[in-house]
Design a protein around this ligand. Structure first.
Ligand code: NAD
Length: 367
């Protein structure tokens, strides 16, 4: 194929746009991938070395993530060349120029990503009247404050109870990464009777075989303290891999579970809060051992569902309702399909997402 068209397949992308505005030093790419289900939602990433290829791959990932979440949105992404830590005035000028450039690209709705936040989304909204991940004063739903992703993770685990012999009530849970996703997952699970036996952050971990006081741990972190300084804490953050538990929740970084360390895990379920926390080899090893893995783009979809509810003018109560409903339905559909087809849940999830995109695409005349 002509290398200019190397990203094209039967699903998209519908548009690849290069934006260049030398007067302000603006260089960006936007990829609007498949928009059969509805306008594309996807983040704006700022980085010194972002590429068109990266932008396409992230846009395609959003197509599948939105479809897997059961949202009437396609996938899109934008990357802007720059230092994410540039002075605020420079950043505002660049982002406002970027927003003006995509004014007529009505089938792409911008959300926050690496290097951008709710303030950046407010500038875009101010310029062109659309963006998600907005500040609350502009109708935004503060997803990290309400714990959207941790809440969704809990709903996914709840639904998975029908497919395994783990019950949240009394389940022993270990959470790697006690930030926006991890602490809320721990809180919602504890409210349903689970016992938090270990938690880690980038400086260390804490464990207690008879259970930690979740609110006390959250309060300790809120003071800027590391988990290592709690009673029962230590500086070896990776020791959380060795803690015997029923449910292990990665909620920190990509690729924390590899073929080399996955043998240390003593859990019966891995509920993926972080994006791609396990390498394909590690996931295969878990599946072979009978450990139920709830794949990231199903289990951590609370954030994208929240963004969609915000886009449609909903409030935080509606967001939580929608997250619960979609995460329960999607988790059940994926685990049922995995059981019927005898495949790992991730494979089943990809098949379901792709089928949804193709179904929507088949209803179009053209883009
Ligand atoms: P965060 O920055 O709020 O929290 C991350 C936590 O992980 C921090 O406590 C940090 O100390 C800890 N950490 C970092 N490296 C670690 C390590 N090696 N071992 C143990 N702990 C470590 O981030 P977040 O918003 O909670 O996101 C966590 C992950 O979930 C990321 O992969 C993110 O992409 C993904 N995710 C987040 C959301 C969301 O709604 N925030 C949605 C979907 C996916």
């Amino acid at each position: 194929m002509n290398s200019d068209f190397r990203f094209l397949d039967d699903l998209g992308p519908a548009k690849i746009i290069q934006i260049y505005e030398p007067a302000v030093g603006l260089k960006a790419f936007v990829v609007v991938d498949n928009i059969a289900a509805g306008p594309a939602i996807g983040g704006l990433r700022i980085g010194p070395d972002v590429t068109a290829e990266e932008c396409f791959r992230l846009a395609r990932a959003m197509t599948f993530k939105n479809a897997a979440a059961g949202l009437s949105h396609g996938g899109g992404k934008a990357v802007l060349v720059g230092d994410p830590t540039m002075p605020a005035g420079d950043k505002e000028r660049l982002i406002r120029a970027f927003a003006s450039a995509i004014r007529d690209l009505k089938d792409y709705v911008v959300g926050p990503d690496m290097g951008t936040n709710e303030r950046c989304m407010a500038w875009i909204h101010d310029e062109i009247g659309r963006a998600v991940g907005l500040p609350a004063v502009l109708g935004g739903i503060p997803l990290d404050e309400i714990g959207a992703t941790g809440y969704g993770l809990t709903a996914a685990i709840e639904a998975a109870q029908d497919f395994c012999d783990i019950r949240i009530e009394g389940a022993r849970v270990a959470v790697q990464g006690f930030g926006a996703v991890g602490k809320h997952a721990a809180r919602f699970l504890a409210e349903r009777g689970a016992i938090l036996v270990a938690a880690s952050d980038s400086h260390g971990m804490v464990s207690a075989s008879d259970g930690l006081d979740v609110q006390a741990v959250i309060g300790h972190k809120a003071k800027g303290e590391s988990l290592a300084s709690l009673p029962g804490g230590n500086a070896d953050r990776d020791a959380i891999l060795d803690v015997p538990c029923d449910i292990w929740i990665p909620a920190a970084r990509p690729d924390v579970l590899t073929e080399d360390n996955v043998g240390r895990l003593k859990a019966r379920m891995v509920a993926e809060g972080a994006n791609i926390p396990a390498t394909p080899g590690a996931e295969a090893a878990l599946h072979a051992r009978g450990v139920l893995v709830l794949p990231d783009f199903i289990a951590n979809a609370g954030g994208v569902i929240c963004a969609s509810v915000e886009y449609h003018g909903g409030n935080r109560t509606m967001a939580l309702q929608s997250i619960h409903e979609k995460l329960s339905d999607n988790t059940r559909a994926v685990l049922q399909h995995a059981r019927d087809a005898g495949t790992p849940p991730r494979e089943a999830a990809i098949e379901i997402a792709e089928a949804r995109v193709r179904q929507a695409t088949a209803l179009r005349r053209w883009g």
